[in-house]
Design a protein around this ligand. Structure first.
Ligand code: ATP
Ligand code: MG
Length: 561
């Protein structure tokens, strides 16, 4: 039963609790996550994974991973592999319960034959266009197919010949004989099988008829003994059909419960659209760190824990809405704050020369690895006469309220000394500041003045002679439009791609220890955000992705001084 909190927090949990109380399903809870392998998983799937695996764990149940691979034309092994990796990454524990709808093709075929024998299914000779034309509309009933009056014997014969490859693709279908006048269009003699000569990623060319998703899904759930078949709202209208099939076959009846899809601001959440971005080369692949895919988020540095905290915090409802991207970033930041080691890196370097610091001296300054976690310890960072600071941290003429470095002002170099700006060197041609000069107070080693005098700013730095160069990639939202559901008629969503979604800094300067970072190592670059080493990093030449910025850094640091 539920571990700590006995009060149900949403309607799906409530349903499960009352089913358990009523002794339904012999006290079992068995869910499944059923992706179609036609693309990489996205953050919307994380919501479904968190829900299905989370409920199973909470109620001592099981959750299967099942590929709904009924559409050979769009499905590939690459997608299967990536989905397994992503589900595991999010901690989805499916044990040895990895299944495929294609495992059940024979059973589904046999059940279709059973429905023909009970007069509930028939072979229809209409082609796709004719099917559409006779389907009717929301206000008009559809027309019955001539195939509906065939004898059972003839249907059995034709269906077997469909399977044996005697008819061309698309020339016939097997349909359920339900009700062409039903108010629910899904019940108007839905197609169960189509003829399609396509190689399937698992069954090869064994089949030339394939079950429709609607004919396969409920029966697959039933075969696996699923108790609660949790899916998104668009399947609500399909539920009567799923229930009809299960009833006619007289097999175990899973209970379908629908919840709202996750939508996020400034991004798309559809494998079809994400595929379009990949195929048109508008992003650098499925795992481009700007993509809302789990592989993109992983590469960008998002943690599974942060994503799960986000997904769980969403709850479930019966209406689709849109969630702020900032809410996701909040959870990622919260998680990284606890675990990421702090380091110093300068994105846009400006030379700072300490005129009174000995030429040859290098001091090893002690720096705290994570103020949130004392067990992370400290490290040594080299300090010398010539440093790099951020261009932003110096102004020749400070605007009002600017407390960082400007001529005459004193600031703290984190873990270093207090320094006072004495002047600048400029490029005579352009007038651009090329060096800032300062003096340091040797009595302030570590950053505190013995006389208690205070400075208003603490700045990060790296020693110029020791720094390693790194490529750093900064990201903005993938789209400029807040709600991609609002793309105006006649325009394509790709027109709203953000041209500034990626900014590459070719030569940022980092602490020397970051020169040989393992890909996917995560750090907080002090005052700049959380960063993750990219898979394109090479020894001595790291590449970092900014995972997420530190929203309120300035406020915190300047108060501390
Ligand atoms: P897409 O439109 O992106 O292809 P889908 O619903 O076709 O999504 P499936 O592979 O069929 O993708 O999805 C597997 C499971 O994940 C389904 O149960 C589906 O309902 C759920 N799911 C998909 N997208 C979302 C989303 N945005 N929010 C919550 N659950 C989702
Ligand atoms: Mg789908």
């Amino acid at each position: 039963m539920a571990e700590s909190d006995p009060k149900p927090s949403h309607f799906i949990k409530e349903t499960i609790i009352s089913d358990l109380a009523a002794g339904k399903n012999g006290g079992r809870v068995h869910t499944r996550f059923p992706p179609e392998p036609n693309g990489y998983l996205h953050v919307g799937h994380a919501k479904s994974i968190a829900l299905n695996f989370g409920l199973a764990a909470e109620f001592n149940g099981l959750c299967n991973l099942r590929f709904d691979d009924t559409n050979p034309a769009k499905e590939e092994t690459e997608y299967v592999d990536s989905i397994i990796e992503d589900v595991r990454w999010l901690g989805g524990d499916f044990g040895d319960r990895l299944f495929y709808a294609s495992d059940y093709f024979q059973q589904l075929y046999d059940w279709a034959v059973e429905l023909i024998k009970t007069g509930k299914a028939y072979v229809c000779d209409l082609n796709a266009e004719q099917l559409r034309e006779t389907r009717g509309t929301l206000t008009e009933p559809g027309k019955e197919s001539p195939g509906r009056t065939r004898s059972i014997e003839e249907n059995l014969d034709l269906f077997a010949r469909m399977k044996n490859g005697e008819f061309p693709d698309g020339s016939r279908t097997l349909r359920a004989g339900i009700d062409m006048a039903s108010a629910n269009l899904n019940m108007r003699d839905p197609v169960m099988y189509r003829i399609l000569r396509a190689e399937h990623h698992r069954t090869g060319n064994q089949w030339c008829i394939y079950p429709m998703y609607d004919w396969a899904h409920g029966q697959c759930d039933s075969i696996e003994g699923i108790t609660h078949s949790i899916c998104t709202l668009e399947f609500e209208d399909h539920r009567p059909l799923y229930d009809w099939y299960i009833r006619e076959l007289g097999i175990h009846a899973p209970q379908q419960i629908e919840f709202d899809r996750l939508n996020l601001t400034y991004t798309v959440m559809s494998k079809r659209k994400l595929l379009q971005l990949v195929q048109q080369g508008l992003v650098k692949g499925w795992d481009d760190p700007r993509m809302p895919t789990l592989s993109g988020m992983r590469r960008r540095g998002y943690t599974p824990e942060g994503l799960l905290a986000f997904a769980r915090g969403l709850g479930v409802s019966k209406t689709n809405g849109i969630t702020e991207l900032s809410r996701l970033e909040y959870h990622i930041r919260e998680d990284l704050n606890k675990r990421a080691l702090r380091v110093m890196g300068v994105l846009r370097p400006l030379k700072l020369v300490i005129d009174n610091y000995p030429e040859d001296l290098v001091e090893e300054m002690e720096a705290v690895n994570n103020p949130e976690d004392s067990s992370a310890g400290t490290r040594k960072v080299p300090f010398s006469r010539v440093l790099y600071i951020e261009q932003d941290d110096f102004r020749e003429v400070p605007p009002k309220g600017y407390f960082r470095l400007y001529p005459g002002n004193e600031v703290r170099l984190r873990y270093g000394y207090l320094v006072r700006c004495t002047g600048v060197v400029k490029d005579p041609a352009t007038g651009e500041v090329t060096e800032v000069h300062c003096t340091y107070d040797p009595a302030t080693r570590g950053g505190d003045a013995p006389d208690g005098r205070r400075v208003k700013s603490t700045m990060h730095w790296v020693s110029a002679a020791h720094a390693v160069d790194a490529e750093v990639r900064l990201y903005d939202t993938l789209f400029t439009l807040e709600s991609l559901g609002d793309v105006p008629e006649g325009r394509d969503f790709t027109e709203f791609l953000n041209p500034k979604s990626l900014e590459t800094i070719a030569a940022a300067k980092l602490e020397p220890a970051l020169g040989n970072t393992a890909p996917s190592a995560r750090y907080q670059f002090e005052r700049l955000g959380y960063f993750c080493a990219d898979k394109e990093s090479a020894p001595g030449r790291p590449v970092f992705n900014r995972t997420v910025a530190l929203r309120d850094t300035w406020a915190k640091i300047e108060k501390r001084g």
